[in-house]
Design a protein around this ligand. Structure first.
Ligand code: AHG
Ligand code: MN
Ligand code: MN
Ligand code: MN
Length: 337
């Protein structure tokens, strides 16, 4: 291993000192989230031995059956973040409403949103899963905290990231100055910077979409995928490959690593013009990362980070990844309107 490797702490201190990107409270917040992810990784790794697999027998506010690890990861994140003085409140995919930092602890300037365990359907089959987080500033200092304080467009995020629990445990982070990746050194228990200035290539020959929903798609999505499937002989003049892991963290991690396009589009079963994924816990943080890596993120028509959220658990259609492909899908939608 190169002797020049630096730790997450050192990276954050340098960001704070040299680049002036992050105030002390934000640095503390990110370190606490990273520590919580380490604890979640330990639980994930135990699997059957730790009695963490299977369902918990409850449902979340979105009507999904909760897995034991959805609940464990949610509790770890709350417990780790509650007392540090850096946060005012938290919101989670697994909680009906926001969790305000209790009075016995000081209230900080930040709001934290998370998808504690992304890829729940992959937990029991030993496939990569993750934790996604998004950090907002508390804008209103006049009164107590409410759900409304969280309803800020994604472009206002102060930081975002995810931790992927796969063959390696990797933390991927942006504080608005590019994307950096940190690999967990299990022996040392520390996060080591393993990649900086992550860049998504503008072109790709790989798409990710759940093809089983094809009959429910809108025409522009069908057109795009049909053209990919037509390969060399079709209008695109090249063969495409397909991947679908069903853990957004793992699909986005592949795209940050080698490019690609990921889509969870609106489909006709949905009553509103929205897809399956959640704006605040999934689309916004992943959108911030992908844009910081030179990629593009839309809901098929508009930039996701510009959307004004109307509720905490809002859902949104997502098209993200290599710029030229996302642009193409977005044009197909706008042409069809
Ligand atoms: P979560 O496990 O947090 O509820 O999110 C699951 C999401 C996302 O990770 C993934 O891209 C998508 O659901 C998979 O959906 P399908 O099962 O419809 O393929
Ligand atoms: Mn879920
Ligand atoms: Mn998720
Ligand atoms: Mn989840």
């Amino acid at each position: 291993m190169s002797s020049k490797r630096i730790s997450l702490t050192q990276y954050l201190v340098e960001q704070q000192r040299e680049h002036g990107h992050i105030p002390g409270q934000l640095r503390l917040l990110i370190e606490v989230v990273a520590r919580a992810c380490k604890r979640i990784a330990i639980q994930v790794n135990k699997g059957e031995l730790g009695d963490v697999l299977g369902t918990a027998g409850s449902e979340n506010v979105q009507g999904e059956v909760q897995k034991k690890l959805d609940i464990i990861a949610n509790e770890v994140l709350i417990e780790a973040n509650e007392w540090g003085g850096h946060l005012a409140a938290m919101g989670s995919e697994e909680m009906d409403s926001i969790h305000v930092v209790p009075n016995r602890y000081p209230q900080g300037e930040y709001l934290l949103l998370f998808d504690p365990l992304d890829g729940s359907s992959n937990i029991d089959v030993n496939v990569s899963i993750g934790t996604i987080f998004s950090v907002l500033r508390k804008v209103n200092n006049q009164r107590g905290i409410s759900e409304e304080d969280f309803l800020q467009p994604g472009k206002q995020q102060a930081a975002a990231g995810y931790c992927i629990y796969g063959p390696q445990t990797t933390l991927v982070l942006t504080v608005g100055d590019g994307v950096a990746m940190f690999t967990l050194d299990r022996e040392q228990g520390s996060w080591v910077l393993t990649q900086e200035n992550v860049q998504i290539p503008a072109d790709t020959k790989e798409f990710a979409i759940n093809m089983s929903n094809m009959r429910h798609w809108d025409a522009p999505v069908k057109r795009y995928i049909d053209e990919c499937l037509a390969g060399k002989e079709g209008p695109r003049g090249k063969d495409f490959n397909m991947r679908w892991i069903a853990s957004m963290v793992a699909d986005v991690h592949r795209i940050l690593t080698r490019g690609g396009i990921f889509m969870y589009p609106w489909d006709k079963r949905e009553p509103e013009k929205a897809g399956k994924l959640r704006l605040m816990y999934e689309a916004n943080p992943m959108g911030f990362l992908v844009e910081q890596a030179g990629g593009m993120v839309t809901n098929g028509r508009q930039r996701i980070l510009d959307l004004q959220p109307t509720k905490l658990h809002e859902r949104v259609a997502v098209v993200l990844g290599s710029k030229n492909e996302v642009e193409r899908v977005t044009c197909y939608h706008l042409e069809a309107d």
